[in-house]
Design a protein around this ligand. Structure first.
Ligand code: HEM
Length: 519
């Protein structure tokens, strides 16, 4: 029995190794030099370490050395980094796909990762819903407005003395509740179990993805079955499906009752209702909610935090912003027209986005005294080559290559004078000079923070409306500041970065700052 087991085990180990070798051999052969390849680094530990701690320098070094594309080895994968001059070519090239790279890098299809799988299942169903129903939809504005008022009251309080907020919880919490009100209705958006599921899922999912990326590709399908975070994801998915089934039955029951009583049946204007209508039951409602959470929650909360840090650090902006917000809401009410008219706030948000996307790791090591000192790391427009593709200079990008485009030009003084400075008026001036691409929701050749081309973020209009409304509530109801002497810094992880995760923001409820226009 034991002998049998051991020989079976041998067979499995042999097959796994064979699988690994075949996988490695079938990988497309790179045609570009590798910037973080080191002699004797057989297991790739040094290249991973260098990437995690020093990606900005590697990218700067790569372009300085090779004057064109090169490969950046990240843990268990290789990324071809293209210069920013190729952004337009990448955006318009149909053989370079965004969805496939997301499916591969974020492990769509694994049990528990249904939130990711649903994002791109059934063609464009979900993306079309985001574009048409969640975009510039005036009827959602009062719902968002009411839930923001409610959420800020709950998370930030009404004290008119200065107090610190719980940075992560009280920022994500506010936006999670606002988003949920239009994803699943105001009632469920106040349900703490539901909010914990969505936020818990997003956290566990990204954590599981990041752990899995540390394992060799061939081992991931097995490893993920034993990861605590992946396990938590499976439980969240099950619970989300159950709750959404209950919610749908509850709604159906209310409609039936109204009909029986001869009353007008309630109308539902949220993602749950649109999912039912548009997909005819093809999309699992619980998975769609988690998909929306993955796409919308982290991205928007991160930017919200950066805007709060930037505005708190520039108190001179508060008065002009308050005046603009009051004027727009007084004239246009709580509406898309009002948020469109908030042009200074638009500029502030875009500047926060430019800096949070571009700040990255500053050169403190090898190149500390050289010209790379102020270089920052950022990449955008990640794609996979669906077939062998020829770069404009004639070189081959083999099928299966993963690419990313350098976006350090967000930090280029020729495009953005004094790029290190936060200048809240920077994009307003550009807009006044007639540059239409200087608006928050626009992508342009040198500004691809929402991506670009056919995959450009479909949720950017919602992010725009929600963040402006959130800032309207914050600015008309609170004074905000960073705690004395606190210097906020983002944290870089490889070629990406997160907004300062431990910022100390203090808030004070104000008396009379025209806040009544928000009710
Ligand atoms: C500040 C907030 C946000 C940022 C910075 C952001 C950024 C991005 C980026 C960079 C992409 C990839 C586009 C490309 O490479 O061309 C993307 C795609 C996407 N985003 Fe957003 N996003 C934000 C908010 C949202 C929101 C609120 C939603 C949903 C309600 C959303 C839904 C999506 C979806 C579904 C895709 C995939 C599009 C496709 O595959 O064609 N995003 N986003």
């Amino acid at each position: 029995m034991l002998v049998e087991l051991i020989s079976t085990l041998h067979l499995w180990v042999f097959l796994a190794l064979l699988g690994g070798v075949c996988w490695a051999c079938s990988r497309p052969k790179s045609t570009f030099p590798i910037i973080n390849a080191y002699q004797g680094d057989v297991l790739g530990r040094q290249s991973s370490r260098e990437y995690i701690t020093n990606a900005a320098m590697l990218i700067a070094e790569g372009f300085a050395k090779y004057h064109g594309p090169f490969i950046l080895t990240i843990p268990n994968a290789k990324k071809t980094v293209l210069p920013s001059s190729l952004a337009g070519w990448v955006k318009s090239n149909k053989d370079l796909d965004h969805r496939e790279i997301v499916r591969q890098d974020f492990f769509a299809g694994y049990p528990g990762f249904e939130g990711q799988t649903a994002l791109h299942s059934h063609g464009d169903l979900l993306i079309d819903m985001i574009k048409t129903n969640l975009g510039q939809n005036n009827s959602l504005m009062p719902v968002l407005n009411a839930s923001l008022a409610d959420a800020l009251h709950t998370y930030w309080g009404n004290e008119n003395t200065w107090h610190a907020i719980d940075w992560q919880k009280d920022t994500t919490g506010v936006l999670a509740r606002a988003m949920s009100s239009i994803f699943v209705g105001s009632e469920r958006a106040r349900d703490s179990e539901w909010l914990n599921i969505v936020q818990g899922y997003v956290g566990a999912y990204f954590s599981a993805v990041s752990t899995l990326q540390g394992y060799p590709a061939w081992s991931r399908p097995v490893v993920q079955r034993f990861l605590p975070d992946a396990n938590a994801c499976r439980q969240y998915v099950a619970r989300s499906r159950t709750i959404m089934k209950e919610e749908k039955s509850k709604r159906a029951e209310k409609v039936k009752m109204a009909e029986l009583e001869g009353k007008t049946a309630p109308q539902y204007n949220d993602a749950l209702a649109w999912t039912q209508m548009s997909s005819n039951g093809k999309l699992e409602a619980g998975d769609v909610q988690l998909a929306l959470g993955i796409a919308a929650m982290f991205t928007t909360s991160e930017l919200f935090r950066q805007i709060l840090i930037d505005v708190a650090s520039h108190p001179e902006l508060m008065e002009p912003l308050r005046n603009e917000i009051s004027e727009q809401i007084s004239t246009n009410g709580i509406s898309v027209a009002a948020t469109q008219g908030m042009v200074l706030l638009d500029s502030v948000m875009k500047e926060s986005q430019r800096r949070s996307a571009a700040l990255g790791t500053h050169g403190t090591r090898r190149f500390a005294k050289e010209k790379y000192t102020d270089f920052a790391t950022v990449v955008s427009l990640e794609r996979v080559a669906l077939k062998d593709t020829t770069l404009p200079d004639g070189r081959l990008l083999p099928r299966g290559s993963h690419i990313m485009v350098d976006s350090t030009n967000l930090w280029d003084a020729a495009l953005y004078p004094r790029p290190q400075e936060f200048d809240g008026y920077r994009f307003l001036r550009k807009r006044q000079e007639g540059d239409k691409s200087s608006q928050f929701v626009q992508s342009s050749p040198d500004f691809n923070v929402f991506g670009g081309g056919r995959h450009i973020c479909p949720g950017r209009f919602l992010a725009n409306n929600e963040l402006k409304l959130a800032m309207a509530h914050v600015l008309l109801k609170y004074n905000i500041r960073l705690s004395k002497g606190y210097e906020s810094k983002p944290v870089a992880i490889g070629a990406y970065q997160v907004v300062d995760p431990i910022a100390q923001l203090e808030v004070q409820r104000t008396g009379d700052l025209k806040q009544s226009i928000l009710s």
